[in-house]
Design a protein around this ligand. Structure first.
Ligand code: PRT
Length: 107
């Protein structure tokens, strides 16, 4: 399992967004604004769906990476930290009681 996390990528995106580097895709996405970035996210989602439906292993991995990267850019443009989404996922997990059931099973 890679040590690299979405939190690491979120930090890189924040740094690159501020860089003003004309070669930076992140900086260009930020300059283009939310609508453009969200459209790109939609395209990557469609490409991910197509790769999944075709059963393309490598394509699905690659498109998933594009999707997660563009999703984090859209979140950053909306000033929503990844932690806020994780808290929502955690809340839903706690609500379902799945985590406790798994812990009881392990213990
Ligand atoms: N993870 C990514 C990442 N995933 C995809 N992309 C870029 O997203 C762009 C769009 O992908 P597409 O598949 O649509 O390729 P495209 O050639 O633009 O296709 P068209 O839309 O033009 O048809 C490409 O330029 C990819 O390089 C990414 N760009 C950056 N990152 C991360 O962000 C960091 C900083 O990158 P820069 O901001 O470019 O310095 C990198 O080190 C990576 O960690």
């Amino acid at each position: 399992m890679s040590e690299f996390s979405l939190t690491d990528l979120e930090k890189i995106i924040a740094e690159r967004a501020r860089s003003g580097d004309t070669q930076s895709w992140t900086a260009r996405l930020f300059a283009g604004g939310t609508e453009k970035a969200a459209k790109k996210l939609g395209e990557e989602a469609v490409e991910t769906v197509i790769a999944a439906m075709k059963g393309e292993h490598d394509g699905l991995v690659s498109e998933s990476a594009d999707l997660l990267y563009h999703w984090l850019v859209v979140l950053a443009l909306a000033d929503i930290p990844l932690a806020e989404v994780m808290r929502e996922l955690e809340r839903r997990t706690a609500q379902s009681g799945i985590a406790e059931k798994a812990a009881r099973k392990d213990g």
